[in-house]
Design a protein around this ligand. Structure first.
Ligand code: A3P
Length: 393
């Protein structure tokens, strides 16, 4: 009798135990499958998916989670139907500095293992109040002068946020017709003390842009980065070659063929026009005070980024953040790269392509420099700064 009772009890406990075990294994397998599915098929995670993985509500609201500095940035995006949705793209965030895209597995670990919540809970409650602001600062150009390097350097600063992509709001009529509210929605969340910076280099040469920007905010700050005009033309040409070579087309024209027309520098060749900085700048100066501009020396940004970034820091009035340690010269890349804590990052292979530059004859360079000379003089007057552009270094 005693033996029969013990056996029944054992059976009951055993069956319950097995049920629990099966449930546990199934939960682990489901979580694992979700993780695998996410990492194989997607480049971002929606909050709903994270809720599903956690199998419990997030303890923080979405804005709060987005704020959490060391974790996740850029939480709001629009889907293909232009509906707004909350997405963790995993732009990360080490000590407040963006370090690129977070791997999905890392997002998973942060959120599922609760680190996100711990981080957030240590934050000041006012800092949770994040909103999307229209940019107070715009990098309007110039293309191929180091605009990407510049925005990446600025994004390291804890007081600065920026959208990941060029928005093309003021130069694309289609975007502009969507209105300022649409533009604002393209911006990342920021808290009260952070400034939002957008960069779209095409703004500099687009005739409609200055007036449109002024209509948005007449006291906006404007950053223009420039390089020696001839070298900028070469960089612009190479951009064209690379894009062209990606398509199935006959070979791109030779540099000299495009730049020269009937023995003269072709002022109608787009890359030449773009390098006539004074023409474009004068258009901008009709709408904004000189004090609203900061001109970055793109050649100096390459050779001494720390010095240039400190000047911008002062112009923007943000806290004293950068130190020389944030920049190190990478021999392989041939450019300075960024470093913060244990992290470091260089620009991708489509930036810094000196090795692709064509061999340009000395006389052609001299002709181009001569062509730009008078325009450069006007530009020096406009900016009250004499750049050393007489020769290519
Ligand atoms: P090349 O790719 O022709 O060498 P933009 O981002 O406006 O398109 O400018 C690209 C240019 O940024 C590059 O031109 C390169 O000269 C310059 N640049 C400046 N700092 C750089 C950096 N740290 N790493 C790579 N390229 C940099």
């Amino acid at each position: 009798m005693l033996t029969t009772m013990t056996c029944r009890k054992f059976k009951r406990v055993g069956i319950r135990g097995i049920n629990k075990l099966v449930l546990l294994v199934m939960t682990i397998l489901t979580s694992f499958a979700l993780m695998v599915a996410l990492s194989v098929t997607k480049t971002s995670v929606t909050l709903d998916e994270i809720r599903q993985i956690r199998r419990q509500p997030l303890k923080v609201d979405e804005n709060t989670l987005a704020y959490s500095h060391n974790l996740l940035n850029d939480i709001s995006q629009t889907d293909s139907n232009n509906r707004s949705m909350q997405v963790l793209t995993g732009t990360i965030l080490n000590g407040g500095r963006s370090t690129g895209r977070l791997k999905l597995k890392e997002i998973y670990n942060l959120v599922v293992h609760g680190n996100a919540y711990q981080e957030v809970s240590t934050n000041n409650k006012h800092e949770h109040e994040r909103v999307k602001k229209l940019p107070q600062v715009i990098i309007v150009g110039v293309r191929k002068c180091g605009t990407r390097a510049l925005i990446n350097m600025l994004a390291m600063h804890p007081d600065i946020v920026r959208p990941l992509n060029e928005i093309h709001f003021f130069d694309f009529d289609d975007n502009y017709s969507k209105g300022l509210e649409w533009y604002r929605k393209q911006m990342p969340f920021s808290h009260k003390n952070q400034i939002t910076i957008e960069k779209t280099p095409a703004y500099f040469t687009c005739k409609k842009t200055p007036e449109r920007v002024q209509r948005m905010n007449s006291s906006v700050k404007i950053i223009v980065i420039v390089r020696q005009p001839t070298i900028r033309v070469v960089s612009d040409y190479i951009q064209g070659v690379v894009k062209h070579n990606n398509k199935d087309k006959p070979p791109f024209k030779d540099f000299a063929e495009l730049v020269m027309d009937n023995g003269k520098v072709d002022q109608f060749y787009k890359p030449i026009q773009t390098s006539i900085y004074c023409v474009h700048l004068s258009r901008w100066q009709q709408y904004f005070n000189k004090s609203q501009f900061h001109i970055v020396d793109g050649d100096a940004l390459i050779t001494d980024p720390y010095k240039e970034i400190k000047l911008i820091e002062r112009f923007l009035g943000v806290s004293d953040y950068y130190s020389p340690d944030n920049f190190y010269y990478n021999e392989t890349k041939g450019y300075y790269c960024l470093r913060w804590g244990k992290e470091s990052r260089c620009l991708g292979e489509n930036k810094g392509r000196k090795s692709l530059y064509p061999n340009i004859s000395e006389p052609l360079i001299a002709r181009m420099n001569e062509f730009f000379g008078p325009y450069n003089e006007i530009f020096y007057n406009q900016t009250r700064h004499r750049f050393k552009w007489e020769t290519i270094t």
